[in-house]
Unconditional design. Structure first.
Length: 296
């Protein structure tokens, strides 16, 4: 591992034994052996190639807003692509994987471009959001994507179209093939700046009213099962406020598991398992986690 670390350090900022609780919105997670922050596409490729060559496990993160890292942390290298390109050309915005969706949405609004309001309150990066096909209030990122620059598993950097990215509900071909998002071109429409800002404000007020934003979480814990709402099923099982240690089904929104203070990943996972069991028992519906779980 020392060999890898010194090679990475030549090209990018690196932290050792880095607590992942600092890099997840759940504020949970043991330490990663190595946390590397490449700032160019070439250095993302360098980090990934090095890990592959040395047979060291690696995992890509964005803002950690859909991530649960287990309590003993991650053996290997966490790579966070800090690609911060953000530019606009007519009705198109090019955003590096490390730019926050909120910042892209704000740039769109400032330039009277409509179509991205739905994403302004999603606390993830463009890379994580595109990979997950993040969505809210009837919109999904796939609706506004023209092309995505990816690094394939085979080590090729290339542009793919929205169709080639094979987006689905909270998933994509990018995620399934283990490719990495480097940059995304969003295509938006001319609109009225005040109306765009008003819509963003309204949606974000709605979020604050309905979601437990005052507690650390990873957003919706489970995917929406077809024909149902996870939060409603959980509520109808009488599990509002149900806790395991400091992990709790939010009293405000049953679709969220929150960290009341010092929750561990083990507590969150036990809570998720108990909730899934109860929902299966009562309604025969299988809840699938939306949150990505890594580590040991
Ligand atoms: C309060 C709150 C509200 C939320 N509301 C919503 C919502 O309305 N809609 C919604 O869809 N989500 C929501 N989320 C979940 C989360 O914000 C989104 O899924 C977001 O897109 C994740 O982005 P991230 O950068 O944090 O990714 P991370 O959590 O860091 O990673 C998520 C997944 O993406 C992968 N990934 C990250 N970066 C890249 C990359 N560059 N290339 C390839 N793969 C990558 C990771 O490997 C992982 O599998 C919410 C979360 C919170 C905490």
């Amino acid at each position: 591992m020392n060999d890898i670390v010194s090679k990475l350090e030549e090209k990018m900022p690196v932290r050792l034994n880095e607590p992942m609780s600092r890099h997840t919105t759940f504020k949970i997670g043991g330490a990663a052996d190595v946390f590397a922050m490449p700032q160019t596409a070439e250095n993302v490729l360098f980090a990934v190639s090095l890990c592959r060559e040395k047979n060291v496990p690696y995992y890509i993160v964005g803002n950690g807003s859909n991530l649960l890292v287990k309590d003993k942390g991650f053996r290997g290298v966490i790579i966070r692509p800090d690609l911060k390109e953000l530019s606009i050309d007519g009705n198109k915005i090019t955003a590096g994987a490390g730019t926050m969706l909120g910042a892209v949405a704000r740039l769109a609004a400032d330039n009277s471009l409509t179509g991205m309001e739905f994403a302004s309150g999603i606390p993830g990066t463009t890379g994580g959001g595109v990979c997950m096909n993040a969505g809210a209030y009837g919109g999904e990122l796939k609706d506004i994507i023209e092309t995505v620059k990816i690094l394939t598993r085979e080590g090729e950097i290339k542009n793919i179209s929205c169709e080639e990215a094979a987006f689905g509900y909270r998933t994509s071909g990018i995620m399934k093939t283990g490719a990495i998002v480097l940059e995304t071109v969003f295509v938006l429409e001319k609109g009225d700046k005040e109306a765009i800002l008003n819509k963003m404000n309204t949606l974000n007020t709605q979020r604050r009213e309905k979601q437990p934003l005052e507690y650390p979480s990873a957003g919706s814990t489970f995917k929406r099962p077809e024909g149902y709402f996870a939060g409603k099923l959980i509520d109808d099982c009488g599990l509002r406020g149900f806790s395991v240690g400091d992990a709790q089904v939010s009293e405000k929104h049953c679709g969220f598991v929150i960290n009341k203070g010092d929750a561990t990943a083990a507590e969150v996972l036990e809570l998720m398992e108990k909730v899934s069991e109860k929902v299966m028992e009562k309604f025969g519906v299988k809840l699938e986690p939306e949150v990505r779980v890594i580590g040991e």
